[in-house]
Design a protein around this ligand. Sequence first.
Ligand SMILES: [Zn+2]
Length: 181
Amino acid sequence: MAAKPATDPAYSVELYKLKDGHHEFTFAVDDSFLQAMNPEGTEAFATQGNVQVQLALEKTQQFIDARFSVTGTLQVACDRCLQDYTQIITGTERVLYSYNPDMATTDDQDVVFISRDLQWLDLRQEMYDFIGLQVPLRKIPEGCPGSMCPPEVLKYINTTESERTNLPSADPRWSQLKELN
Ligand SMILES: [Zn+2]
């Protein structure tokens, strides 16, 4: 896969134009962003979705305090029946971009050191990571198991424990389901 361009203006902040003070930006994340940010061969948390990232910046001479608010939906696979469903995500994350390499940091604070010469602050990786962080650990929508599930999987889910060991294992989905139980 080709390397990502150094900066994508659509997902960056023009630092050299930014005066000290408060600034707000809104970025729209869609399928093409999610797919571009996920190199082939790695497991993506989602390749389809519509997410808005609102960014509030406080810029000073020493640092830029960045708060990311993430809201939207992602298409994710149900942990139980593997059917895709629409997961609502929402959350906030914070990063301090510091111009001062000697600044003291704490474990509970995300600090990224940047150069005073940096003209564009590219936020693609932050946005992608922060969207991923809002995906619940247990992805099972309301109504599962139910009519939304693939019939063959529904049948499996409804099968009693003792019968499960006799199911064919050729379909990789079966073994995934077994691991969940
Ligand atoms: Zn399900």
